[in-house]
Design a binder for this molecule. Structure first.
Ligand SMILES: C[S@@+](CC[C@H](N)C(=O)[O-])C[C@H]1O[C@@H](n2cnc3c(N)ncnc32)[C@H](O)[C@@H]1O
Length: 183
């Protein structure tokens, strides 16, 4: 009886924590929606990502982009997410995929990994237009000269993409945009 009650309590706390995390993310304007593997793959292909290079996912969600980058492109990954749910889901996915030595997951705001931006080869983004507008000047100030930013579906208000292509994400046609600093 006591064991059953304890198990039920643990499950309830987990469900409560999970729902609260999703609610917080939705209220704060960054709903947790995960991109389709095909869309992520097309984004990374467009950047020309090669083995040994580093991808940063700002708002990594479930770390699917990083696991895919490691598995299919033999790249290394760094992900950051402020949601506890996203953070733990990423940690679990990275461990289950056996990529713990190639992928680092950080819990917190994007700015937690500011210093890594300058050496990143690729910054992958699947964030709403409002969020891109908020981080645009900060992000372009901190990336390196050779960093490529790839944004799935959404765009920065003040920078023009240097290349675009079409993909399918969550069953809908959408655009991928590539950005780099002007030489
Ligand atoms: C649309 S999801 C994208 C998930 C994943 N990158 C993908 O492509 O499937 C956006 C994620 O960004 C996270 N996020 C939004 N604003 C953030 C911030 N300021 N700092 C850290 N994470 C943030 C949210 O918690 C959410 O998990």
């Amino acid at each position: 009886m006591l064991i059953t009650l304890s198990v039920l309590l643990i499950i309830s706390v987990f469900v409560l924590f999970w729902q609260a995390s999703l609610l917080m993310a939705t209220i704060s304007g960054s709903p947790i929606v995960y991109a389709s593997p095909k869309a992520i793959r097309d984004c990374l292909k467009l950047t020309g990502l090669s083995p040994g290079q580093t991808v940063i996912d700002l708002g990594c969600g479930n770390a699917r982009s990083l696991v895919l980058a490691t598995k299919e492109f033999r790249a290394k990954g760094v992900g950051v997410d402020r949601s506890y749910y996203g953070y733990w889901r990423s940690i679990i996915n990275v461990w289950l995929g056996g990529h713990a030595k190639d992928i680092t997951i950080v819990r917190g705001d994007f700015r937690q990994i500011e210093r890594q931006l300058t050496t990143a080869d690729v910054v992958y983004l699947y964030l709403l237009n409002e969020t891109l507008a908020q981080i645009e000047s900060w992000l372009f100030r901190h990336i390196g000269k050779k960093t490529t930013i790839v944004s799935l579906a959404f765009s920065f208000p003040n920078h023009q993409p240097m290349e675009t292509c079409e993909t399918t994400n969550l069953g809908k046609k959408t655009t991928i945009r590539l950005y780099r600093l002007k030489p």
